[in-house]
Design a protein around this ligand. Structure first.
Ligand SMILES: NC(=O)c1ccc[n+]([C@@H]2O[C@H](COP(=O)([O-])OP(=O)(O)OC[C@H]3O[C@@H](n4cnc5c(N)ncnc54)[C@H](O)[C@@H]3O)[C@@H](O)[C@H]2O)c1
Length: 445
C-alpha cells in the first residue's frame, strides 16, 4: 500500500471502522454497500482456495472496509466456487490468478492471505513483505525453523503487519481464560497438556501418474525441490509428507502449544522430546499419526502435547483442548469455553460460548469466531489495534512443534538454548533447521 492510501485508511479507521464491530457471517451485501467510506478499502488477495482459503476469502469479503481483489490458486477449478461466493458477498467478483508473484506486482493489492500448503507459507509471506504487502499467514508460519526466523526479520526489515492464523488468540473466552490464568486463578500454573484427536482415514498407496490438466504442479511445488506427481498427494494429503507438509504437530499442535505457552507465560524451552509413529495404517503417510511432544522450561514448568490423528477418543469431552494444572486447581480450554476446577475437581468457574467450534472441520473450525481474528488484522493495518498473533509469536509457537518433530525424527531428546530456541550440541538434529529449495527459489531477506 502506498503511503497516502495507508494514511487515509488509518485516518478513516477511528470513526468508520469502529462502527462495524461484530460484523459476522450474516452481514448482507446490501448492508455492506451502504457503508460510508467503504470505497477506500483494504484490498486483499487470497492464495490457496481449496479448503481454508475459501473460508477466509468469504470472511474477508464480509468485512466492511475490505475487499477481496484477487483469488489465487494453481488448481483452476477452484476459481468458480470461491469467485461466486466472494461476489455474492461483496457484489463484484475478484480477479483470478495462478501465480502469486503476478498478484504481488499489482500496486492495488494491500495484503496477501496465505492459505496454500505449508511449504509455501514462509516463501509467499517473504515475497509479500518484499513487495510491500501486509500478510495474514496461516499456521504453521514455516516449514522449517530457519524460515520462521527469516520471516520475523522480514516483517521488521520491510515494516509489514504480519498476522498468524492462530485465531484462538482473538476468541473472547480464550482471551479471558488466559487473563484468569495469568492473574492466578489456579495459583501458579506449572504444567499444561494439549491435544488433538481425529479419525482420519488412510491415504493409501499412491501411484505416479501424469499431472492433471487443471493443475500447475510446478507452481504447486514452488520452493520445494521437484518430486514426481502422485495421485494421493492433493488436495490436503500433502500434510502427511515431510517434503511439503509438517504433520499433525504443526497442523493442529500449533494451536494448542500456542495457548499453552501463552497461559504459562514462556517462550523457548530447555529440553524437547517426542515419541510416536505411523501406527494405525500402513500407507504412504510419513509423519506420525500418534505423537507425544514434551517440553521442559527453566521457569519450572512443563508442557506436553498429544496428537492422535486416527484414534479420535476425546479427552475431557474435547477433541482439541489445553488443560493447565497449577497449585490450586486446573483450567481447561475447549473451543471458546473454559472450566476452572479446584484440586478436588469442584467447579470454580465455567464459561460457555454461544459459538460452535468443530476442530475436525478441516477448513473452517469456527466460522463466526474467525471474524474477530480477521478484523484484528484489518484494524492493525489501520493502526487502531495491536496484532493478536504477530509473526514472532507465531514463529515461537511453530518452533516448539518443529523441535518436537526434530526430536521425533532423530529419536532423541534435544537440548535447547532457551534464549534463542536453537538446538545445542547435536549437529544431526540441527540439520533439520533449514530445508533445501528448488534452484531459484532460495529464500533471502
Ligand atoms: N487456522 C486454521 O484453523 C486452519 C484450518 C485449516 C487449514 N489451515 C491451514 O491452511 C493451509 C491450507 O490448508 P488446506 O486444508 O486448505 O489445504 P488444501 O490442500 O485443501 O488447499 C490448499 C490450496 O492451495 C492451493 N495452492 C497450492 N500451491 C499454490 C500456489 N503456489 N498458489 C496458489 N494456490 C496454491 C492448492 O491448489 C489448494 O487449492 C494449511 O497450511 C493449513 O495448516 C488453517
Amino acid at each position: 500500500m502506498d503511503r497516502s492510501r495507508r494514511e487515509f485508511i488509518k485516518g478513516m479507521s477511528g470513526g468508520v471502522a469502529a462502527a462495524f464491530a461484530g460484523i459476522g457471517p450474516g452481514f448482507s451485501a446490501r448492508g455492506y454497500a451502504q457503508v460510508r467510506g467503504a470505497n477506500e478499502r483494504i484490498r486483499v488477495a487470497v492464495m490457496g482456495l481449496n479448503g481454508r482459503g475459501h473460508s477466509l476469502a468469504r470472511t474477508f469479503a464480509r468485512q466492511p472496509g475490505c475487499r477481496v481483489a484477487y483469488i489465487c490458486d494453481v488448481d483452476r477449478r477452484t476459481f468458480e466456487r470461491t469467485g461466486a461466493a466472494v461476489a455474492a458477498i461483496q457484489g463484484d467478483p475478484p480477479k483470478t490468478a495462478g501465480d502469486v508473484r503476478r498478484v504481488l506486482e499489482d500496486r492495488d493489492v494491500d495484503a496477501l492471505v496465505v492459505a496454500a500448503p505449508d511449504h509455501w507459507h514462509a516463501p509467499a509471506a517473504l515475497l509479500a513483505c518484499k513487495a510491500g504487502k501486509d500478510v495474514y499467514l496461516e499456521k504453521p508460519v514455516s516449514h522449517s525453523p530457519a524460515e520462521g526466523e527469516m520471516l520475523v526479520a522480514a516483517a521488521r526489515t520491510y515494516g509489514r503487519t504480519v498476522q498468524v492464523g492462530t485465531q484462538r488468540r482473538s476468541w473472547p473466552n480464550v482471551i479471558e481464560a488466559i487473563k484468569e490464568l495469568r492473574a492466578g486463578i489456579i495459583g501458579r500454573p506449572y504444567f499444561a497438556k494439549g491435544w488433538y484427536t481425529n479419525n482420519r482415514k488412510s491415504i493409501g498407496v499412491g501411484a505416479e501418474t501424469p499431472v492433471p490438466d487443471w493443475l500447475d504442479f510446478g507452481l504447486w511445488q514452488g520452493p520445494a525441490p521437484r518430486r514426481p506427481f502422485r495421485d494421493n498427494l492433493l488436495h490436503y494429503n500433502w500434510h502427511w509428507f515431510w517434503h511439503w507438509g509438517t504433520g499433525e504437530a504443526l497442523n493442529n499442535g500449533t494451536h494448542m502449544l500456542d495457548l499453552m505457552r501463552l497461559g504459562l507465560g514462556v517462550e523457548f524451552p530447555t529440553r524437547v522430546a517426542s515419541s510416536g509413529g505411523r501406527f494405525h495404517f500402513t500407507d504412504d503417510w510419513e509423519t506420525p499419526d500418534t505423537q507425544v511432544i514434551v517440553l521442559d522450561y527453566a521457569e519450572k514448568v512443563s508442557m506436553a502435547w498429544e496428537g492422535r490423528s486416527c484414534s479420535g477418543r476425546k479427552i475431557d469431552g474435547s477433541g482439541a483442548g489445553a488443560l493447565f494444572h497449577g497449585e490450586n486447581g486446573s483450567l481447561l480450554i475447549d473451543g471458546n469455553t473454559y472450566l476452572v476446577q479446584d484440586l478436588d475437581e469442584k467447579v470454580v468457574r465455567e464459561v460457555k460460548s454461544g459459538a460452535d467450534v468443530d476442530p475436525r472441520n478441516p477448513a473452517n473450525p469456527a466460522d463466526s469466531l474467525d471474524v474477530a481474528h480477521v478484523r484484528n488484522f484489518l484494524d492493525a493495518i489501520r493502526g487502531t489495534a495491536p496484532l493478536a498473533a504477530e509473526i514472532r509469536e507465531g514463529h515461537v509457537s511453530t518452533l516448539l512443534c518443529q523441535l518436537g518433530n526434530i526430536a521425533y525424527r532423530t529419536g532423541r531428546s534435544l537440548v535447547i538454548d532457551n534464549k534463542t530456541g536453537r538446538i545445542v550440541g547435536d549437529p544431526e538434529a540441527a540439520g533439520y533447521w533449514a530445508r533445501e529449495y528448488e534452484k531459484g527459489w532460495e529464500m533471502s531477506l
